[in-house]
Design a protein around this ligand. Structure first.
Ligand code: PXP
Length: 275
């Protein structure tokens, strides 16, 4: 069964809904001079780490965005210190982020494209178009002892370019699959669903053939994760929004335990789907 990387960004999103700047809990405005920033702000993603681990998280993921809209530098530093499982830092391929990663030294960095106006990460990273620039960034991170993964669309061209740029893993973007699942109304015989799943399977096979590890994520939820969990030799699934949403009702530990069950298709395989 693949490992589960739990993305805690949206614990921080909830905090930022009130504590936009620092620590005034009544107005969300800047703290009084001398007040300890974030000492009162809740919920704290750092506090969530232990519950995530108790629920079965194999990896903790944080996305430090350029605009710090949810997770901030302090969160990443403290999570790196307290987490017992590896930290996966999602980040844009910029000099600022490389410097932060080399200081904090997460186990893995996942490079993602970043657009200021997007609500969440939209497309995958176009590794094919920026192979030479990315090769240098990957080399700097790998030189610092950090594994590097490329968040890419499930296209063979992107997989091959990722291998050429020196990435050790690819995370296949499951957003198009999630959309197809919804369009198919969860019917696994619907052509739109089967085409989207086949793309993931084919790109996953190319990734393994190139000697990289295979991850997948984005827009996965309790309903659509099962077939993705069947992809052979998948290393990690990275899931955030759906887990944190369920945690509002059942708590983080339970939400993660339920996701681990949903990832496990009860012994069914892709052969059963006859893709
Ligand atoms: N993987 C990557 C690369 C992402 O950017 C995100 C969103 O931050 C996720 C996985 C998790 O997506 P979701 O919150 O939809 O589960």
């Amino acid at each position: 069964m693949p490992q589960l990387g739990v993305n805690l960004d949206h614990v921080a999103t909830l905090r930022q809904a009130r504590y936009r700047r620092e620590a005034n809990p009544t107005t969300g405005s800047a703290a009084a001079p001398g007040a300890s920033p974030f000492s009162l702000a809740e919920p704290d993603p750092v506090r969530a780490v232990q519950d995530a681990e108790l629920g079965g998280a194999d990896v903790i993921t944080l996305h430090l965005r350029e605009d710090r809209r949810h997770v901030n530098d302090r969160d990443v530093e403290l999570v790196r210190e307290v987490a017992r499982v590896p930290l996966n830092l999602e980040m844009a391929a910029t000099d600022e982020m490389v410097a932060i990663a080399l200081r904090i030294r997460p186990a893995m960095c996942t490079l993602v494209p970043e657009g200021r106006m997007e609500v969440t990460t939209e497309g995958g990273l176009d590794v094919h178009a920026q192979r030479d620039r990315l090769r240098q960034i990957v080399a700097r991170l790998v030189g610092g002892g950090i594994a590097v993964s490329a968040f890419i669309d499930p296209e063979e061209k992107q997989v091959r370019a990722s291998a050429q740029a020196g990435f050790q893993a690819c995370e296949l973007h499951t957003g198009p699959y999630a959309l197809a699942f919804a369009q198919a109304n969860a019917d696994d015989r619907a052509p739109v669903f089967r085409a989207a799943l086949s793309r993931l399977v084919r790109s996953g096979a190319a990734c393994l053939e190139e000697g990289m590890r295979l991850n997948a994520g984005h827009a996965l939820n309790y309903a659509n994760v099962g077939p993705v969990g069947m992809i052979p030799d998948l290393w990690q699934l990275h899931i955030g929004h759906s887990i944190v949403s369920r945690a509002v009702f059942v708590g983080l530990r339970e939400a993660i335990a339920q996701m681990k069950l949903a990832m496990f298709s009860g012994g069914a395989t892709l052969d059963d789907l006859e893709l």
